[in-house]
Design a protein around this ligand. Structure first.
Ligand code: IPM
Ligand code: MN
Length: 356
């Protein structure tokens, strides 16, 4: 296959971890005879520094022309503590999601058996956890009307959804559930919010088209609790932008290894893959960050964008192997010896190469 990949490595540890995923992409493409064309683009704080814009037009064009985007991380502390900053790296991310139409954010939580003791939660609670959030990404309170009144003394943000937006995300949730444990949980706050009532009504209307999927409806506050009490009960959870933002951070704690978690942002025409961790500026340039989140994001790319499960499975297997052999970076505690970002990438590449 000919694959056109946009690589936006961004800020902080983004470039280092993305580099390892690109190494893996190289090895896989040789093995499976794919021709990969990479185009690099600037995004985040580095794009503000160089172009005055966290998501410059050139970058958007590169993304639009690509089959898939591999994304690193964005964010720089120099903007975090400056409430008066006119442009922020995060605006680039939101603009990119909106302009590329990436309406669905898939965030899996997997518990790796070899790392089960890394979780702050008890083993018997988290064993067999394998869930995925389908978070709406281009609507809701993130993009609704907002502003200030009364000389700046009154502020408002509005949560807005239309039926189509809910339908397309729920459709994806139902389809994912069919391929998994056939359970779908609609997470909302329908006891209070009108937009949540639209969510619930829309999902209810779709139920009859998916008779094999068992649907449940739970309020977001209850899910926040049950998610860490009994995570293995869940399969696919579909929810709005803000609820999904909060709950997926919570869910990342279950596995005890945020550095390992990948994500995909899917649209009608394009898709973007990125580790869920941030730019971790304290570690930038030190070759110590965990590249596995980025490498597993690449596995998601092969699965979702290219329908190549074989490539995806080999990458996942190589990662499992590295964890079992304790070839891990320093964020994975409990190992006597730790390895660098590039060591871990090399180990995974070598394993894939040796795979017949
Ligand atoms: C995420 C991040 C972003 C979000 C921020 C950086 C805008 O927290 O991808 O979850 O809130 O969506
Ligand atoms: Mn978030």
């Amino acid at each position: 296959m000919d694959l056109n990949i946009a690589v936006l490595s961004g800020d902080g540890i983004g470039p280092e971890v993305t580099n390892e995923a690109v190494k893996v992409m190289d090895v896989i493409s040789k093995k499976f005879d794919h021709k990969i064309n990479i185009s690099e683009g600037l995004t985040g704080a580095i794009a503000i520094d160089r172009k005055g814009n966290p998501y410059p037009d050139e970058t958007h064009q590169i993304c639009e022309k690509s089959d898939a985007v591999l994304f690193g991380a964005i964010g720089d502390p120099k903007y975090d503590n400056d409430p008066s900053a006119k442009v922020r790296p995060e605006q680039g991310l939101l603009e990119m999601r909106k302009k590329l139409g990436l309406y669905a954010n898939l965030r899996p939580t997997i518990v790796f058996e070899s790392l089960i003791n890394n979780s702050p939660l008890k083993k018997d609670r988290i064993q067999n956890t394998d869930l995925i959030f389908v978070r709406e990404l281009t609507g809701g309170i993130y993009f609704g009307e907002r502003g200030r009144k009364d000389n700046g003394n009154f502020a408002y943000d509005t949560c807005e959804y239309n039926r189509h937006e809910v339908e397309r995300i729920a459709q994806l949730g139902f389809e994912m559930a069919l391929k998994r444990k056939r359970k779908l949980c609609c997470v909302d706050k329908a006891n209070v919010l009108e937009s949540s009532r639209l969510w619930r009504e829309t999902v209810q209307n779709m139920e009859s088209r998916f008779p094999d999927v068992k649907v449940s409806y739970e309020f977001v506050d209850a899910v926040a609790m049950r998610l860490i009490q009994w995570p293995s009960e869940y399969d696919v959870l579909v929810t709005s932008n803000l609820f999904g933002d909060i709950l997926t951070d919570e869910a990342s704690v279950i596995s005890g290894s945020m550095g390992l978690m990948p994500s995909a942002s899917i649209g009608a025409k394009n898709a973007l893959y990125e580790p869920i961790h941030g730019s971790y500026p304290q570690a930038a340039g030190k070759n110590i960050a965990n590249p596995v989140g980025s490498i597993l994001s690449l596995a998601m790319m092969f699965e979702h964008s290219f329908n190549r499960e074989k490539e995806s499975n080999i990458i996942k297997q190589a990662v499992q192997h590295s964890l079992k052999e304790k070839i891990t970076t320093q964020d994975i505690h409990g190992n006597d010896k730790t390895y660098s970002t590039s060591d871990v990438g090399d180990f995974i590449c070598n394993y894939i190469n040796s795979f017949s």
